[in-house]
Design a protein around this ligand. Structure first.
Ligand SMILES: Cc1ncc(COP(=O)(O)O)c(C=O)c1O
Length: 406
């Protein structure tokens, strides 16, 4: 569609903060995606309508589907649009479980990593509470990785009862990359559908449904430069899935709901651009990230980098630290006051900060899991962003420690 070479493709995206180090939460929409979305929002037509306006909207959706499929090693018919990553994870986990159990009521086991995003974790929890699922949390190494041998061992405790396996491609907090292809192989050898939440990986690593051999992959637009509120489940041909949403039967009865043609078009443009730039961006972000780690450790020598060391086992844009003696949310607010946006990565329930379930699952104690911050880089990140953090992190940590000691 010619967006990749567009002359204005590096136009500065809008950013809520002068120094935005929270791309893993959401990354600015690419100018090219914003342009096509704005253009499309001015059009009328439901992609399911039979008249001319509807057929035009349908063409937009189907061309976009082809682009997204090409970006992620899928066939167009394997792209199921959803409202984002959360819905795609719910659909995969609940839908695969429902289909497997309908075919064989003995299949009630769900295997997943305890470091999953809450969209997977809580879907698994719901299946346990409401559908009688038996949950096995997979063993992790110190970096939060699930080894193929650990998966095999967990499956073989009762292989005939396993409904599905879900292990995320890359962790949203600590950036650990899982050996997804090997895990999918183990699941396939046991004829068990394998789902992976590839939300964080999709913009930074080569994510391919065909190459992985997974049954289902979750992706979402707003982590790759598209808009919030649109995503997809890539569902391998021949994989049975019970729908979660019922209604008009769109998306081949797998996911009902009027298709959002403007967001889908913007998603496709973002997917195409992110894929074309991926290798160069991974190198650029990896170098920036390494410098960020060096600057933080120089300013705070007792900070601890969580997750895998920089390299293929870690997302290029991720740096995640524990700062001993600090509360992560206090440090976050101090940095915010200096114009630096980052994240604790952990959930906040009714205003009360919770320790990171990811770090706890990786064996950290509660203090370490509370005193952690994630800095995540993306397409608009620059050396100046990293230097700005390096200039203030030392003093901010000291202040957070003094506040904690009071
Ligand atoms: C790993 C992972 N999965 C799922 C989601 C949810 O995606 P969405 O915000 O599109 O619902 C996120 C977003 O934070 C994520 O990081």
């Amino acid at each position: 569609m010619g967006y990749i070479d567009a002359g204005d493709s590096r136009r500065a995206p809008a950013s809520a903060s002068p120094v935005y180090l929270d791309h893993a939460a959401t990354t600015p929409i690419l100018p090219e995606a914003l342009d096509v979305m704005t253009e499309e929002l001015a059009q009328v037509g439901n992609p399911s309508s039979l008249h001319n306006a509807g057929r035009r909207a349908r063409r937009v959706v189907e061309e976009s589907r082809e682009q997204i499929a090409a970006a992620y090693g899928a066939r167009p018919s394997e792209v199921v649009f959803t409202s984002g990553g959360t819905e795609a994870d719910n659909l995969a986990v609940k839908g695969l479980f429902g289909a497997r159990r309908a075919a064989d009521p003995g299949r009630r086991r769900v295997l997943a990593a305890a470091t999953e995003h809450h969209a997977v974790l809580d879907s698994v929890g719901w299946l346990h509470d409401h559908e009688g699922a038996e949950v096995s949390w997979l063993a992790l190494d110190d970096f939060g990785r699930v080894g193929p041998a650990a998966l095999c061992e967990a499956i073989e405790r009762n292989a005939e009862a396993v409904a599905l396996v879900s292990v995320m491609w890359a962790n949203n907090e600590v950036g650990t990359v899982q050996p997804v292809a090997e895990l999918a192989d183990v699941a396939r050898e046991h004829r068990i559908p394998f789902h992976s939440d590839a939300v964080q990986a999709a913009g930074q690593l080569p994510v391919s449904l065909a190459d992985t051999g997974a049954a289902a992959l979750t992706i979402t637009a707003h982590k790759i430069g598209g808009p919030v509120g649109i995503g997809a489940l890539l569902l391998a041909r021949g994989t049975d899935l019970v729908p979660v949403l019922h209604g008009g039967g769109q998306e081949r009865d797998v996911r009902s709901g009027t298709l959002d043609a403007p967001a889908i078009r913007a998603f496709a443009v973002a997917a195409e651009i992110a894929t074309a730039r991926r290798n160069d961006e991974a190198k650029r972000l990896g170098a920036l990230r390494d410098d960020l780690i060096a600057q933080v450790l120089a300013a705070v020598p007792d900070a601890v980098l969580n997750g895998a060391p920089p390299g293929p086992g870690r997302l290029p844009g991720n740096a995640h630290f524990s700062f001993p003696g600090c509360e992560g949310d206090a440090l976050l607010m101090l940095l915010d006051a200096k114009g630096i946006a980052c994240s604790t990565g952990s959930a906040c329930t009714a205003g009360v900060a919770q320790p990171s379930h990811v770090l706890l699952a990786m064996g950290a104690d509660e203090a370490r899991a509370r005193g952690s911050l994630r800095f995540s880089l993306g397409h608009s990140s620059t050396q100046a962003d990293v230097d700005a953090l390096g200039a203030v992190i030392g003093e901010a940590v000291e202040r957070a420690r003094r506040a904690g000691a009071r």
